[in-house]
Design a protein around this ligand. Structure first.
Ligand SMILES: C[S@@+](CC[C@H](N)C(=O)[O-])C[C@H]1O[C@@H](n2cnc3c(N)ncnc32)[C@H](O)[C@@H]1O
Length: 224
């Protein structure tokens, strides 16, 4: 009886122990890739399992480095962009975007103090930074958003906080009408954005990746 490689792989994949080992190997590979990027940028932004401090927190996990690159290509950076990462975690996204010459400044908002501290540390040491980075420790729903033009969220919190945060962004636009864009990765509560008369959905895509989990993302523009 002949037994092809494909048949052997099929048999192995049906085996639970093989599947578990495969998942572990994949996780090691992912961690290795992320660690290499961290080294290149001279920062530390690994996944951490800090317990969320309040019920409406969706947990920590950075967008992968290739994912950030994909977003950059797809969404683009406007001249003198002021980027805010709402729920910046350890600051990976703000560090990566602070190296873009068109970016005027980056702001990270993070309510978890140990993450905010890590983001500040990373902001100081990121290699190739051209824009200043400010990390604000606090609740995103209590910030002002003045001057921001590119708003980035990777599913940081639930619907209630999302609603309060979007309201704050709306107030900032009323005070100072300007074009803004919102990039919402894993947009679980995008209906909150859809309810705002001043926002229009202009793009929706999956961040493709062979190794990492692909992530749905939506992009919104203000009417101004
Ligand atoms: C999924 S992580 C995203 C990390 C980061 N944006 C990145 O891509 O590297 C979400 C972060 O939002 C933070 N967070 C959750 N609720 C928050 C709130 N109300 N205000 C500020 N940060 C919050 C969490 O502590 C966590 O670090």
């Amino acid at each position: 009886m002949s037994f092809t490689v494909q048949q052997a792989m099929k048999t192995l994949k049906r085996n639970d122990r093989f599947r578990a080992a495969g998942r572990k190997a994949e996780q090691y590979l992912l961690n290795g890739i992320e660690a290499c990027f961290d080294l290149r940028y001279n920062i530390t932004t690994r996944w951490s399992d800090l317990t969320p401090a309040f019920a409406d927190d969706e947990g920590y996990g950075p967008v992968s480095y290739p994912g950030l690159k994909y977003i950059h290509k797809r969404v683009g950076i406007a001249p003198r962009e002021v980027l805010v990462d709402i729920g910046c975690g350890q600051g990976r996204a703000i560090c990566v975007f602070s190296r873009e010459p068109a970016v005027e400044r980056c702001i990270g908002i993070e309510y978890h103090s140990s993450h905010a501290e890590a983001a500040r540390r990373n902001a100081k040491r990121v290699r190739g930074r051209t824009a200043p980075i400010t990390v604000i420790e606090g609740d995103a729903a209590e910030q002002t958003y003045d001057g921001t033009t590119l708003i980035f969220l990777f599913n940081p919190f639930g619907e209630a906080t999302m609603r309060r945060t979007v309201e704050r962004i709306g107030v900032s636009l009323l005070k100072d009408p300007r074009p803004i864009r919102v990039v919402y990765v894993n947009p679980k509560y995008e209906h909150v954005l859809a309810e705002q008369p001043w926002l229009t959905k202009t793009d929706a895509f999956e961040i493709p990746n062979r190794v990492h989990r692909s992530l749905p993302t939506s992009v919104w523009h203000s009417a101004n």
